[in-house]
Write a protein that binds this ligand. Structure first.
Ligand SMILES: [Fe+2]
Length: 414
């Protein structure tokens, strides 16, 4: 079970977690960002138009204005955030002469803001930054020319419990010219501060709670079975899988249950820490292809693909020092409940538990996405070329992804 490895673990983000934590935002901004500790500091708030209409969002803006911050709002971020939105946020950041960015929203708003601070700091187009070497080279050149911070500070206030984007080093953006997704991955875009307040998720509708929660569970499972897993990510992933598996159904049924909301938010955070260091795998490779091509929401795409991919992984997944069967058995033990009649330590029971959870929280099946079957080769090709495929055990070919997708189409017809 133990995988011998050497690793480094970086966490540049200060985390403030708790009910009501959002009320500490003005004070925590000053603590976390002493150089911005002046009333003249201007903040660009990045969000989406649904959140902008919420009363609690207005309260956050009022609170920041009362504390003396100048505020501009960009509220046009969409699901599967687009490169055009990132460019618009970076342009607004400069026009408003902002000193920092506060992203309030789900993974889309936070990912768009992450890509935007890099774009605002380094110039150019977001797609340029999918090349990590290019980012490192631009950052070192920029640092040679300036002593001040190159990348504007980013503060994340998540309003869903799923992506973990508030602590990860990655941002997934849609290339609107090619209808594909690309990932920017660098610690330079990690938020300086994450204010994680489970109360902000109390009004999240059941369907969104379910989809984002299953995205978080996918992060935990894929990180725990990744080729790049290590002891810290393993610990985060196992505990996240347990919290999410046990508490997500209650959070979906009763959004005001603060214990369930808090557990699910903790699970999302821990899963984010896990996959930020250990990566995700084949489920995300397919979900990102589906998101880029058809704008299918990320969490729903993941949850539908998760059990099918787990079955393929279990049949074929064995690396030199990691057995998928052993890892799934450990996940099963972490996810089981006392009432469960399933054996608590078998690999198959982990897959059954995931299937049960997807049904329990009411997620759609694959057929509801209306994906054209003739696109299977294109989806398979994009999944196989996704960078995270290399950390899946096993690494899949385009032919393997074709088989998985055919199974998804077949299952979706039932
Ligand atoms: Fe995800």
């Amino acid at each position: 079970m133990f995988k011998t490895t050497s690793f480094s673990f970086l966490l540049p983000t200060k985390i403030e977690f708790g009910e009501g934590a959002v009320n500490l935002l003005p004070e925590k901004l000053k603590e976390a960002l002493p150089s911005s500790n002046n009333s003249a500091c201007r903040i660009l708030v990045v969000t989406d138009n649904g959140i902008e209409k919420q009363l609690w969002f207005s309260a956050i803006v009022d609170m920041l204005e009362t504390a003396g911050y100048g505020i501009e709002i960009y509220s046009k971020v969409t699901a599967n955030p687009k490169d055009s939105e990132v460019m618009a946020i970076a342009a607004l950041f400069h026009d408003f002469q902002a000193g920092m960015v506060v992203a309030v929203g789900g993974g889309s708003a936070i990912d768009a803001a992450k890509a935007a601070v890099l774009t605002a700091g380094l110039g150019g187009e977001p797609a340029l930054f999918q090349d990590r070497d290019q980012v490192d080279s631009l950052l070192s050149k920029a640092r040679e020319n300036k002593s001040a911070s190159i990348i504007p500070p980013l503060i994340a206030v998540p309003t869903t419990a799923g992506t973990g984007s508030e602590v990860t080093f990655s941002s997934v953006i849609t290339d609107t010219t090619r209808n594909t997704k690309f990932t920017i991955k660098t610690p330079a875009i990690a938020p300086a501060l994450a204010i994680i307040d489970p109360q902000l998720t109390h009004t999240l509708p059941p369907a969104l709670t379910a989809a984002t929660g299953m995205d978080a569970l996918t992060h935990a499972i894929e990180a725990y079975t990744s080729q790049a897993s290590e002891p810290i990510s393993d610990a985060c992933a196992l505990h996240a899988a347990g919290l999410l598996s046990r508490r997500l159904p209650t959070a979906v049924k009763d959004g005001k249950d603060s214990r369930a909301r808090s557990a699910v938010m903790s699970g999302s955070l821990l899963a984010g820490l896990a996959f930020s260091h250990a990566d995700v795998g084949a489920v995300h490779c397919i979900a990102e292809a589906l998101g880029g091509l058809y704008d299918i929401p990320h969490g729903a795409a993941n949850s539908v693909c998760l059990p099918e991919v787990m079955e393929f992984n279990l049949a074929r997944g064995e690396s030199a020092d990691l057995s998928i069967a052993d890892r799934y058995a450990a996940l099963s033990a972490a996810m089981s409940t006392d009432e469960s009649e399933e054996p608590k330590n078998s690999a198959l029971s982990a897959i059954n538990r995931v299937r049960w959870l997807s049904a329990e929280v009411g997620l759609p099946d694959f057929s509801s996405f209306a994906v054209p079957p003739e696109d299977i080769p294109l989806i398979a090709e994009r999944a196989a070329s996704n960078g995270s495929n290399e950390n899946n055990i096993p690494v899949y070919t385009k032919q393997d992804y074709t088989q998985i997708l055919e199974k998804l189409f077949e299952t979706g017809k039932k």
